[in-house]
Design a protein around this ligand. Structure first.
Ligand code: CBF
Length: 812
């Protein structure tokens, strides 16, 4: 394609008049309604479509530029995307915010009221899903030709509310009223098989023919992912499961058996019904594995289709394609690509393996053994019989390689095998992911080191060069510019321009303002105004936030013990000079994770007791903000003074909330865990509140026999805090939490309690000196530029993907 000839598109207008004309066109022609009868929803949809058109125009140019350069593509496979609300972001990225505000007047609406209708797609669970969203944003911003693949769940992560202080879950029907940001492409559908059996192919020892027992259709739709201050617009392509035509049984329907007539279609559609179906039952586990294969199968066929648009044969496939596996969820892509290459495209095994191995890369996001997925062999055999055969072959060749390197080391073979031979044989997805990829990376320095030295040590011995670190990063556009416009404006003023938004290292220029009295005053005023907006407690109090998924390793229970101790101290000395604090928790617990849900209940019970206590309430407030999601994070983060990053060292792979908070001038109190270590190294030891055991010490404590009761017996305040729970001070809630802390305390909460409390006193000393605190805050922002997702993507591009940017010309 000759780009000089242009893409044949009339340019959309950039004046207020033209924008308004387009808004009205959207209303009349695409919503089919009129100004007089336009509802707020009509106005929202018309605006969204008008903005989307501007991005779609850039998308057309991007596609043309990519087609012309036939580049190496990055395909990002992820079971989760927490994209966040789209309208505000797309207004920013298309530079149409002001035009939109003005034009909406014609419909008698304001942008603020319209924005409330923009529901975020909650297609993810936590850090991993939000990371995926930040990375696709940064890939577009860095002009990397990329497509993100995922599942278009009908119901995203559940909506959380509190009932009597306990977490209640409701389905998240996020697209109930439609999703104007999405382009459905039902004609690009793919066919996915499940179950069935395999048959030998005459004359070939490795090829097989798979005869699936169930066929499901995958219908794609895509959302646009614009880059910031660049022409590039990439896409995220999401698959939705549909029954095939044959899945509707007309004769049963005619016989009045309505439920039976559609049962096959319903079973098919269940695949993309919910994010992370409960896997405590056999059926639930099967559905999860089905989801994973569904995502992978649709995506690989689409990737191959795209490759074949510009290339012939297979020699260039790995040259032109890199597929990043976001954790183990999409790992079945490895045997699936082998199946496609060997069985369908008839390549010989060795060639197919060489292509496969050089196409994939794998990011591991955990250190928790229970989070490293494994699947029972019998389930695999039933659901994906051909894939299991391929995995056996991959394993056989792999174990031969290990045996050649470490002859006679049968223990090692057993440890490394892709098939675990415990009481039940299981497929170890992380092993498959390491064996079938060219590069493996952890997401923070400590995490990558621990992967190499513990969880995946045998693999690192075998292939040391395969293991890398790429520290996570976050989008400064979403988490600074959009979330915190006041601070962003102040920073822009301080630095002279807003170039920092896609060159975040430039924040370092704020260092020279960290002692400037008037700048500091304004910095404080921004924080205060953000707290007023959040309206979660006294804006002059120390806003102490712990916002993240609920998990015992993250240790919300440690924060709670601190709160209870504060409560005791204040009650014992009501006239003391207490630093007023608002402790804000937000986060969801997995519906079947009872221990985490018990902690939520206890937090709310403690909060209620404190609120009802006239002695303590003036000094201490506990708030639990319901239904934590990206939108809520964008409100809380700008208002935070103190960022709680208190996981047991060696358990949090990276954390990304820690980065967002530091960038917004919150000061971290944290352990030497995950990316905390890198945050501390960058912002400076004196600007970070460190406490607790390090990962090495924690492992030693656990190995040498840990007895939480010893801490309880030794420390009167700790004892009083736990006794208060068991004595029923908080409405009798939380006894299970106390029992687990005293009984086994898997995450060494009691061992770190005293060090944490001492450190909180240091926090208060700093807080009492407003200038010191403001300096700390400015310096945290100034030195967190490294944690931009743009840097993360530059790292992936250079060291793992070896891809170059393809800038999209403005004038085609
Ligand atoms: O790497 C992104 C994040 O992923 C997790 O949320 C995950 O789901 N495995 C980790 O727990 C985080 O530490 C990490 O930042």
């Amino acid at each position: 394609m000759d780009l000089r000839q242009g893409i044949g598109l009339r340019r959309l207008g950039t004046t207020a008049d033209e924008f308004q004309q387009d808004l009205l066109s959207s209303l009349y022609y695409r919503r089919g309604t009129t100004v007089e009868s336009a509802s707020p929803r009509d106005a929202y949809e018309a605006l969204a479509l008008t903005v989307r058109d501007r991005l779609a125009e850039r998308r057309a140019r991007t596609a043309a530029a990519h087609f012309a350069s036939n580049p190496r593509w990055v395909y990002y496979l992820s079971a989760e995307y927490l994209l966040g609300a789209q309208l505000e972001q797309n207004l920013l990225y298309s530079g149409t915010g002001d035009l939109a505000s003005q034009s909406l007047k014609v419909l008698g609406r304001t942008l603020e009221e319209i924005e409330d209708l923009d529901v975020e797609p909650g297609l993810g669970n936590g850090g991993l899903g939000r990371l995926a969203a930040c990375l696709v944003d940064a890939m577009a911003t860095r002009d990397i030709p990329a497509v993100g693949y995922g599942i278009r769940y009908d119901f995203g992560i559940f909506r959380q509310s509190l009932e009597g202080g306990a977490q209640a879950e409701r389905p998240d029907d996020w697209a109930f009223q439609g999703n104007p940001w999405e382009f459905p492409a039902p004609d690009d559908r793919q066919t996915v098989g499940f179950y069935g059996h395999t048959e030998p192919v005459a004359g070939s020892p490795t090829r097989k023919s798979w005869v699936p027992g169930e066929i499901v259709l995958g219908e794609p739709s895509h959302m646009l992912v614009p880059g910031y201050r660049t022409e590039t617009v990439n896409i995220v392509r999401l698959w939705r499961a549909r029954g095939s035509e044959a899945s509707f049984d007309l004769s049963r329907f005619a016989a009045g058996q309505y439920a039976e007539a559609v049962q096959e279609a319903v079973r098919a559609e269940n695949i993309s019904k919910v994010l992370y179906p409960d896997d405590s039952t056999e059926l639930g586990r099967e559905l999860r594995l089905k989801q994973q294969y569904f995502l992978v199968s649709c995506s690989l066929r689409d990737i191959i289709r795209r490759f074949r648009l510009r290339n012939e044969g297979w020699d260039d496939f790995a040259e032109k394609t890199v597929i990043q596996l976001n954790d183990t969820h999409p790992t079945i892509a490895i045997p699936e690509l082998m199946r496609l290459l060997v069985d369908e495209y008839e390549l010989d095994w060795d060639k197919a393996w060489s292509i496969t191995r050089s196409t994939f890369a794998y990011t591991c996001h955990t250190l928790l053994p229970e989070a490293l997925e494994t699947w029972p062999v019998p389930l695999f055999e039933r659901l994906l019989p051909r894939h299991l055969e391929i995995i056996y072959l991959i394993n056989m060749f792999f174990l031969r390689e290990v045996e050649a390197r470490f002859p006679g080391d049968s223990d090692r073979l057993r440890r490394m095998s892709i098939i675990g031979e415990g009481s039940e044989r299981r497929v170890r997805m992380a092993h498959l992911a390491v064996v079938g990829t060219e590069a493996v990376n952890g997401v923070a320095e400590l995490h990558s080191k621990l992967l190499r030295e513990t969880v995946l040590q045998d693999f690192a011995d075998l292939w040391p060069a395969k293991f890398q670190n790429v520290t996570n990063g976050v989008s400064p556009r979403r988490f600074m510019k959009l979330a915190n416009p006041r601070l962003s404006d102040l920073i822009t003023e301080g630095l002279g321009d807003d170039g920092w938004l896609n060159d975040l290292d430039r924040l370092a220029g704020l260092e020279r303002l960290a002692g400037d009295a008037s700048f500091m005053e304004r910095w404080r005023a921004v924080k205060r105004a953000n707290k007023v907006d959040l309206a979660a407690g006294d804006p002059d109090s120390l806003t102490d936030v712990m916002i993240k998924r609920f998990h015992e390793y993250k240790r919300q229970q440690l924060k709670l013990l601190h709160v209870i101790t504060m409560y005791h101290r204040i009650r014992a000395n009501p006239a003391g000079d207490w630093v007023p604090r608002t402790v804000l928790f937000a986060g969801k617990a997995a519906p079947a994770y009872h221990a985490a849900k018990n902690i939520i209940r206890l937090i709310n019970a403690v909060g209620a007791t404190i609120a009802a206590d006239p002695v303590v309430a003036p000094h201490l407030t506990v708030v639990f903000a319901e239904n934590y999601n990206v939108t809520l994070a964008e409100r809380i983060i700008p208002a935070a003074d103190l960022s709680e990053q208190i996981s047991l060292a060696g358990k949090e792979a990276s954390g990304t909330g820690n980065m967002k908070l530091a960038l917004n001038g919150a000061i971290t109190i944290g352990t030497l865990d995950g990316a905390n270590i890198e945050i501390r190294a960058r912002v400076g030891e004196e600007n970070f509140f460190l406490f607790g055991l390090d990962a090495f010490q924690a492992a030693e404590v656990q190995i040498s026999g840990y007895h939480p009761r010893e801490h309880y017996d030794r420390d009167a305040e700790l004892k009083a805090a736990i006794d208060a729970i068991t004595a029923g001070t908080f409405g009798g809630v939380g006894r299970e939490v106390a029992d687990s802390l005293l009984g086994w305390d898997e995450y060494l909460t009691l061992a770190d309690y005293r060090s944490y409390l001492d450190c909180q006193e240091e926090v208060e000393r700093a807080w009492r000196d407003p200038d010191r605190w403001t300096r700390l805050s400015i310096l945290n922002t100034a030195h967190s530029g490294f944690f931009s997702a743009d840097r993360t993507i530059a790292d992936y591009a250079a060291r793992i993907w070896r891809v170059a940017p393809v800038p999209v010309p403005k004038d085609i």
